[in-house]
Design a protein around this ligand. Structure first.
Ligand code: ADP
Ligand code: ZN
Ligand code: ZN
Length: 823
């Protein structure tokens, strides 16, 4: 028996399964083994799973090899090139290989969570509250009907419900069926189509009489060239089903099923592209990038272009060059920038070649876009983070816009950084990778300084438009002024200074638009002196101390340093300390009170929960229906509204005190990005930043629009104590429902590592300490950092740790995050 064949005619294959286990699984298959990247259905414990063949299997150490149940693809669903990316990802991020692959594929292709359960008898009278909740949920709908376990679990928000399912099974009152997975269906939509015209008014009056809603529905259909999706008429148009039925009964419309490719952007007609001649800077940047397109080993390009410098136009020319060579391309944009505004710009140039991958797409919509790329019907993928894995054949370019953006980091396993993986995937394909930003991440900037990346710059805005002047308004001075009628105050102190109020009033008078930013994140409280602006910092970590209300202490989340919450300022001795920040909701109230009659829109996580909610708000701004747009960082990115002539930052200090070594970098990026929203049109603009720390270098650099100056200073700050990009980090979070267990196991993990590291590579451990978010989803979290000068040393330790360390105790989870963006 050779390692790769078990019985005559049967071969062994290694299968990666989407489960959080490090390693692959061996199964046997009749005849020729399927090519790597092919999906197979296999037994797994008492369940079934879909996984991917990744190579030859080995029977070593396996007592009984089970057979593959089904080979699901004729042609592998993952190309060899992308499979290599998955291998790299699993290795580098120390992630389970099956989860790495699953992250690159549409969910429907590996979805076997098709366990269905239903009640089959009377449940026992004595049952725990979780069982009772499950039983209640099962009783909904028709008696005896089956419910999908995955859906139930999500709806109940209970985490795993298998213990409860087992309890009910043991009591003999549960039916459990596993429905075999099928190829995801091609979807049809109900569509309303008009069957005739109603050209003259008299006929209309006669037909509709007093049926006003029918008449309006008819007009809506006419406006839409005689065809609307039924759901659109009901949800967006607000017509009831009976109105549509009325039209049907009159023989005016039919309601039919239409097979559609689900593409929510398809309805919009892209505008014809404007073919401005390139500026000299744009041409220079383009030439540098083009030279890499044909190269044997193209060097990644960092396109450092200030806001409004025309980076998008450079991307478009790069895409043209790539397409002209018969190659495909991927464009990544931050989730929040994936607006119709962005999409139509690419659609305008490349029309039907473009597939859009948006996280707000349903699984089906996503699958449709994926299939079109997989079949080669589309060759350009535009999308957020996971679009990096689009099945684009013969890849010629990957463009990462706003490359510094935090949304490129995936927060669940495999915790990859799409910007870095873009460089990897491009490298494997000899494709050019363009990283664009006005405020590059310091990691990319350092790579450019080292010559690993080629740097090209667009230092001025197009059409000679100046960057808007920036003014810092010192909140310490403003606060001591007597309040005037226009100045608004609240319990959280001064919200809008007089100067900012006057500036907004001037815009309202001129019918121009204002943007007000406040990036307030709820969990981060801090202690700041009202007199001198001082914020309590950890003596060891150059990280601000977080105030813990429960214990009345301030704590460093890196090294566990802590002390009682101060009663007076450590710098000036003042007892006038402030313990809380201010949120957008409160600012909204102040704004509405201060500017009666102004049309105010607020955009933050709370107001944009709907699928297209933020597109809807931005649409209103674009159409001039909003005078003041207020919000968090969401409003800072990628928007191009020429009538916005004022940007006001309500409090620039909010982010600077987060317990995170990137706090200054984020603040500078945010201020620069939001400042870039002002003065993009002919009307010009200005930026007013309220702050208690006007001397801080992040603010001073933003004032001067000076990215290189900021980067120089910040790189210095990160030398001591050392932080990326000078060193490499991994963050390990140990969590458990029990605080003591989490703490114990974090200590155990560190002890395990120290033991292994005694003679090992140069990896330092910092911590353990309670995680900045100590409790999340009912779990207590402790964390520690692994720090190394060399990526390879850190990688070895990370892989050894995730494979070797076994936490003890009930329900303990270990999460390792390499190159973390949040600690
Ligand atoms: P960025 O992405 O760098 O912030 P954009 O690509 O959005 O900048 O360009 C800013 C504005 O300048 C857009 O309205 C764009 O249409 C316009 N623009 C870009 N390139 C040119 C050019 N060569 N000539 C004239 N206008 C241009
Ligand atoms: Zn003070
Ligand atoms: Zn510390």
């Amino acid at each position: 028996m050779t390692p790769t064949s078990s019985r005559a005619g049967r071969r062994l294959v290694a299968v990666a399964l989407p489960v959080p286990i490090h390693g692959t699984f061996t199964y046997s298959v009749a005849g020729d083994p399927p090519a790597p990247g092919t999906r197979v259905r296999v037994p797994f414990g008492r369940q079934e799973r879909i996984g991917w063949v990744v190579g030859e299997g080995s029977a070593e150490g396996v007592s009984k090899v089970r057979p593959v149940l089904d080979v699901l693809d004729e042609r592998p669903s993952i190309a060899p090139e992308l499979l290599d990316v998955c291998r790299w990802m699993a290795q580098y991020y120390a992630a389970p290989p099956g989860l790495a692959i699953a992250a690159t594929q549409p969910a429907v292709l590996s979805d076997v969570s098709r366990d269905y359960i239903g009640l089959d008898g009377e449940p026992p009278a004595e049952a725990g509250s979780r069982v009772v909740r499950l039983v209640d949920a099962l009783r909904e709908g028709e008696a005896g009907s089956l419910h999908r376990v995955a859906t139930l679990r999500k709806r109940l928000g209970m985490g795993s419900i298998w213990p409860e399912i087992r309890a009910l099974k043991a009591a003999g009152v549960l039916r459990h069926e596993v429905v075999p997975p099928q190829e995801p269906s091609v979807k049809t939509h109900r569509v309303v189509r008009t069957l005739r015209d109603l050209p003259d008014l008299a006929e209309r009056d006669e037909i509709f009489g007093r049926a006003h809603r029918q008449r309006e529905a008819w007009a809506a259909l006419e406006d839409a060239s005689g065809r609307l999706e039924l759901s659109h008429m009901l949800d967006v148009g607000g017509f009831s089903r009976s109105v549509v039925s009325g039209l049907e009964a009159k023989g005016l419309v039919e309601v039919v099923d239409e097979e559609v490719v689900r593409d929510p952007f398809a309805d919009r007609d892209p505008p014809a592209p404007i073919d401005h001649p390139l500026t000299d800077d744009q041409r220079r940047a383009l030439e540098a990038i083009r030279a890499e397109i044909g190269a044997d080993a193209p060097r990644p390009v960092l396109l450092h272009g200030i806001t409004g410098s025309g980076k998008t136009r450079v991307y478009i020319e790069v895409l043209k060059a790539v397409i002209a060579r018969g190659r495909g391309a991927i464009v990544l944009v931050p989730e929040i920038s994936l607006t119709p505004q962005t999409v139509t710009r690419f659609r305008g140039w490349f029309g039907d070649r473009v597939a859009v991958l948006h996280s707000a797409l349903s699984d089906g919509e996503r699958y449709d876009a994926w299939r079109q790329l997989h079949r080669g019907e589309k060759t350009v993928a535009v999308g957020a983070r996971s679009a990096l894995f689009a099945p684009v054949a013969n890849l010629g370019a990957i463009i990462v816009d706003e490359e510094h953006d935090g949304s490129y980091k995936q927060s669940d396993a495999p915790r990859y950084q799409a910007r870095d993986l873009a460089v990897v995937r491009a490298g494997l394909n000899r494709a050019v990778c363009v990283l664009g930003s006005a405020t590059p991440s310091l990691e990319s900037w350092a790579n450019a300084e080292k010559g690993k990346y080629q740097r090209v710059s667009l230092p001025v805005r197009v059409a000679g438009r100046p960057l808007p002047p920036v003014h810092l308004l010192d909140l310490r001075k403003e606060r001591s002024k007597p309040k005037t009628a226009g100045g608004a105050a609240s319990e959280a102190g001064l919200v809008l200074t007089d100067r900012l109020v006057q500036a907004v009033l001037a815009r309202l008078e001129r019918n121009e638009q204002s943007i007000l930013l406040l990036n307030r994140r709820g969990y981060a409280s801090f202690v700041q002196c009202r007199e001198c602006g001082e914020v309590g910092q950890c003596p060891n970590c150059s990280i601000s101390l977080t105030y813990h209300r429960r214990t009345g202490r301030v704590v460093c989340h890196h090294c566990r340093y802590e002390e009682p919450a101060p009663s007076r300022c450590s710098r000036c001795g003042s007892t006038d300390l402030s313990f809380r920040g201010l949120g957008t909701e409160q600012v909204e109230r102040v704004v509405v009170e201060s500017f009666p009659g102004a049309r105010v829109a607020r955009m933050d996580v709370d107001t944009t929960s709907g699928k297209w909610a933020h597109h809807e708000i931005l649409g209103r701004v674009e159409r001039g229906e909003v005078d003041i747009l207020l919000g968090t960082q969401m409003i800072a990115k990628g928007l191009d509204f020429p009538r916005v002539t004022l940007v006001g930052v309500v409090n620039a200090d909010v982010g600077i005190h987060l317990p995170d070594f990137r706090a200054s970098e984020r603040t500078f990026q945010l201020l620069s990005q939001v400042a870039g929203r002002a003065g993009r049109g002919e009307l010009g603009g200005e930026v007013l930043i309220q702050t208690s720390l006007p001397e801080h270098y992040a603010l001073q650099s933003a004032l001067d629009h000076d990215y290189p100056g900021f980067a120089r200073r910040e790189l210095e700050e990160r030398l001591n104590p050392p932080y990326p990009p000078h060193v490499r980090l991994a963050n390990v979070v140990i969590s458990s429902p029990d605080d003591n267990v989490a703490a114990d196991q974090a200590e155990a993990a560190v002890a395990w590592l120290r033991h292994g590291l005694r003679n090992g590579p140069a990896v330092t451990i910092v911590g353990p300490a309670p995680a900045p978010i100590e409790r999340l989803h009912g779990r207590w979290r402790w964390h520690f950092l692994l720090r190394a000068a060399r990526a390879s040393d850190l990688g070895r330790v990370c892989r050894g740790f995730v494979r070797g360390f076994q936490p003890r105790g009930h329900d303990v989870r270990v999460a390792l995050d390499r190159d973390p963006v949040a600690l």
